[in-house]
Design a protein around this ligand. Structure first.
Ligand code: FES
Length: 278
């Protein structure tokens, strides 16, 4: 592959350690892309190949990995430090990574198992270095539910979503539940709207289900007009299939056979990933 950065390349002596579960995840959310993450991704491909190893652009959960997986993700949750790179299985999180840093990451971290201190997050109060999200106070206090797989899952890889159990809930809804049962289960789950009003989703779906009419639609309002809100954008960019699966379940619950997603034009990455997922 063509050299795409001006930084140093790993020396011919670099050998990448065979580590189970190895994966390099370059954040490819809007914040990181705007700060050059695509050049960082290309630099990883170059550097790994320069070290004599193969690059796998898809991660295989079964462990039959032919090459070092280098994948993209949605927002890893701390855009102020973009671009971010996560190295698995050690869960090392590097911040503000430049293409010129990549050869060192490949030779030191992938080649020798060493952590590069200067690329780690530092606690604001003590200056202490944090190896990964699990040590960063802003991140480790969060419990992700909707965003559970955002930041690790490759949003453009349907197989990965399926391997993580994706579309199983939709299968269940369509094959073994009635619309009434779905509305009741959603009601019991406590799920509410996330736009501020917090209206119970189960009640909303059940009201729509009971409306007369031969033709019904599901409309997903992903516009998030509130200032500074990016929750819808993060889901669509980081796990678009989860939005589609939710639409499928909602359609089954209310008896719709068509769905629309309203996305603002200022979210071109979300539009592209949703289109690809469809
Ligand atoms: S887009 Fe990369 S951390 Fe948010």
């Amino acid at each position: 592959m063509k050299q795409t950065n001006d930084g140093p390349r790993p020396s011919a002596a670099t050998r990448i350690l065979p580590v189970a579960g190895r994966r390099v995840i370059v954040c490819s959310g809007t914040g990181c892309k705007a700060n050059g993450s695509e050049a960082v991704y290309a630099a990883f491909v170059d550097a790994i190949e320069a070290a004599g190893a193969k690059v796998a652009v898809e991660f295989k959960h079964e462990g039959h990995q032919d090459g070092v997986p280098v994948t993209r993700s949605g927002c890893q949750g701390i855009c102020s430090q973009a671009p971010l790179v996560t190295i698995l299985p050690e869960n090392i999180l590097y911040m503000r990574v430049k293409p010129a840093d990549v050869a060192e990451i490949v030779s030191a971290t992938l080649g020798e198992g060493k952590v590069i201190d200067r690329l780690l997050y530092r606690k604001v109060d003590t200056g202490e270095a944090c190896r990964g999200a699990q040590e960063i106070p802003f991140l480790h206090r969060q419990t992700h539910v909707v965003l559970r797989d955002v930041g690790t899952l490759d949003p453009e890889n349907l197989d990965e979503y399926l391997r993580l159990g994706g579309y199983e809930a939709a299968r269940k809804a369509f094959t073994s539940m009635t619309p009434e049962q779905i509305c009741a289960e959603i009601g019991r789950s406590g799920l509410r709207g996330r736009g501020g009003g917090g209206f119970p989703t189960g009640r909303k779906w059940d009201a729509a289900r009971q409306q007369p009419g031969a033709k019904k639609y599901v409309i997903c309002n992903a516009d998030e007009g509130d200032p500074g809100a990016f929750m819808n954008c993060s889901v669509m960019e980081g796990n678009p299939h989860s939005v589609i699966e939710g639409l499928m379940i909602a359609a089954r619950a209310i008896g719709a056979d068509e769905a629309y997603v309203y996305i603002r034009a200022e979210y071109p990455l979300a539009v592209r990933r949703m289109k690809k997922a469809v």
